[in-house]
Design a protein. Structure first.
Length: 159
C-alpha cells in the first residue's frame, strides 16, 4: 500500500471511517427511537435527522486527514499522529454504544471528554506532518465540543 496514490488512500480511509462510524450508529438505532426521544433535552438540541449527514461529512474528512498523514509518511510524526488518530477513533466508536446502547450518560461524558483530548492531540500531531490534515479535523473537534456540552446538559437534565 506504500505505492498507493493519495486519492486512493483518501477514498479508502474515508470509506472505512464512514462505514465503521455508521455501523456504530446503526447498532444503536433502535435505542434512539425508544430511549433518546424520551429524554429531557435543551431547546438547542439539534433535530435527530441532522446527525447522520454531519457525521458522514466528519468521518469523510477524518479519513482524508488520516490518509494525508499516512501518505506523507514522515517517520515518527506520521506514526504518532496515526496512533493518536486510532485512539480518538476508538473512543469515538465506543461513545455511541455507551450513550445510546447502555444509556450511561455520565460514563459517556467521561469518554467524550477523553475523545476531545485525543482529537486535540491528534490535530497537533497531524500539524507536524500536514497543516491541511490538521485543519480537516477542526470541524470534527468543533462538533465534538458541541456534543460534549450536549452530553453534559442531557446528564444534568435527566439526573
Amino acid at each position: 500500500m506504500k505505492n498507493f496514490p493519495l486519492w486512493a488512500k483518501c477514498l479508502l480511509l474515508a470509506i472505512a471511517c464512514v462505514v465503521l462510524g455508521g455501523l456504530s450508529g446503526v447498532s444503536t438505532a433502535g435505542s434512539i427511537q425508544e430511549w433518546y426521544t424520551t429524554l429531557n433535552k435543551p431547546s438547542w438540541n439539534p433535530p435527530n435527522w441532522i446527525f447522520g449527514p454531519v457525521w458522514t461529512l466528519l468521518y469523510s474528512m477524518m479519513g482524508i486527514a488520516a490518509a494525508i498523514v499516512w501518505h506523507k509518511n514522515v517517520p515518527t510524526d506520521s506514526r504518532m499522529g496515526l496512533l493518536w488518530f486510532a485512539v480518538q477513533f476508538a473512543l469515538n466508536l465506543a461513545w455511541t454504544p455507551i450513550f445510546f446502547g447502555m444509556h450511561q450518560l455520565g460514563f459517556a461524558l467521561v469518554v467524550i471528554i477523553l475523545m476531545w483530548l485525543a482529537i486535540l492531540i491528534t490535530i497537533f500531531k497531524f500539524a507536524n506532518v500536514s497543516k491541511l490534515a490538521a485543519w480537516l479535523l477542526v470541524p470534527y473537534i468543533s462538533w465534538v465540543s458541541f456534543a460534549t456540552i450536549l452530553n453534559a446538559t442531557l446528564l444534568y437534565l435527566n439526573s
